[in-house]
Design a protein around this ligand. Sequence first.
Ligand SMILES: [Zn+2]
Ligand SMILES: [Zn+2]
Length: 123
Amino acid sequence: MWHKVALERVGPDGKGRGIWDYTISWDSGDDHQPRKYGACALGECDGHPSAREACEHERQRLLKTAKSVDFSNWGNCYVRGCDSPAKRGWEIPGERWTFHFCDKHNTKETLEAYVDVEESWGS
Ligand SMILES: [Zn+2]
Ligand SMILES: [Zn+2]
């Protein structure tokens, strides 16, 4: 089981340093230490002043990796309240996230509204 969350760096005195990174940790194995993950692990930032900004950094990375796709199966449009049949949309390969959007909603702007990065767990 993994746990992804924005965490504040802690100094040798045990106090938070006001610098946040997006991180991952595993609850199995010997190594429970959270380590930088995703955007914050790429060396393009040196932490963020808040958890929200660390999450936003990862969100922007995911949006950059998103690919427009033609799915082989039909789905319902992901947009709340729409439900139209949809065969196209977007995929975020690293996260195995897919979003079906109907022709009316199939834009990068719609995707941006639905990709959210916050604390999450998975296996
Ligand atoms: Zn970052
Ligand atoms: Zn739609």
